[in-house]
Design a binder for this molecule. Structure first.
Ligand code: SAM
Length: 245
């Protein structure tokens, strides 16, 4: 099960290529047929690399991908449904309607940072309900300031300068919502919803630590370790605490 399908559903389509059935939820329906075609084209150009890196049968993957392309349904929901990807949007990932203990992996890519923390608690309580006892939580979280991607004057840690009030105006509005949670806050949230962390991989570079030194962070962030503030991205894997080995 995925949260935050977005515009280019590479991961759900990749998993479907490998034979998985995927339930994906987005609170907004961004997907259009042309995005779907673009994503399938992208997979087509990378299929040899994917097969080589994962040691899979290239012709088998190509054949399946061609079948996906041939579906060519009238809308993305119908198209995806026919290839085993169930697109739910607009939908609430905290109320999936899925039966309990039926999901193997609960995942997202660059989505959690866009969700308010109270909603995250509801989403991860639902994740606990739908995951199988040995199911896996896997999330990639972008903790940088996304404005840095469009404005070279802005550093990846710019968002840490602002008080909650100012950030609500510039970074938590209808068009753009970033919660600014740091890694330890996410880990605490996963723990409070019943999960045990089994792995964390974080992106922290010496250059980013130097950049951070030139920023006066708001007092909301002053108690955090510098390495945590300078973290741009992290990946976390967790399992239900009751069954984690
Ligand atoms: C930056 S995009 C990432 C999309 C996709 N995962 C990718 O990597 O290309 C963030 C996505 O999260 C979705 N999103 C934000 N809040 C959400 C929520 N509460 N529930 C489900 N999806 C949400 C947005 O609509 C958007 O599609």
């Amino acid at each position: 099960m995925e949260i935050g399908t977005g515009w280019v559903p590479t991961v759900p389509l990749g998993l479907a290529l490998l034979g998985a059935e995927v339930y994906t939820y987005d609170h907004l329906a961004h997907l259009r047929n042309n995005n779907l075609r673009t994503t399938l084209d992208l997979l087509h150009t990378s299929i040899d690399d994917i097969a080589r890196q994962m040691d899979l049968d290239r012709d088998g993957l190509r054949g399946r991908l061609d079948e996906f392309v041939r579906v060519n349904a009238r809308n993305p929901r119908a198209w995806l449904d026919r290839i085993g990807v169930h697109y739910n949007a607009p939908a609430d990932a905290a109320q999936t309607g899925l039966p309990p203990e039926t999901v193997d992996i609960h995942f997202s890519v660059n989505v959690l940072e866009h969700i308010p923390s109270a909603k995250l608690t509801d989403i991860f309580s639902e994740a606990y309900r739908v995951l199988k006892p040995k199911g896996l939580l896997w999330h990639g979280v972008d903790t940088s300031d996304e404005f840095a991607a469009i404005d070279p004057q802005v550093t990846h840690f710019n968002c840490l300068k602002y008080s909650a009030l100012i950030w609500r105006l510039i970074g938590q509005n209808k068009i753009h919502y970033i919660n600014r949670l740091r890694k330890s806050e996410y880990l605490k949230l996963f723990g409070s919803t019943g999960f045990k962390i089994i792995k964390v991989d974080a992106l922290i570079t010496p250059e980013d630590l130097t950049t951070l030194e030139h920023i006066r962070v708001n007092r909301r962030f002053r108690s955090f370790d510098k390495t945590e503030l300078a973290m741009r991205h992290f990946i976390v894997a967790a399992q239900k605490a009751a069954t984690a080995s």
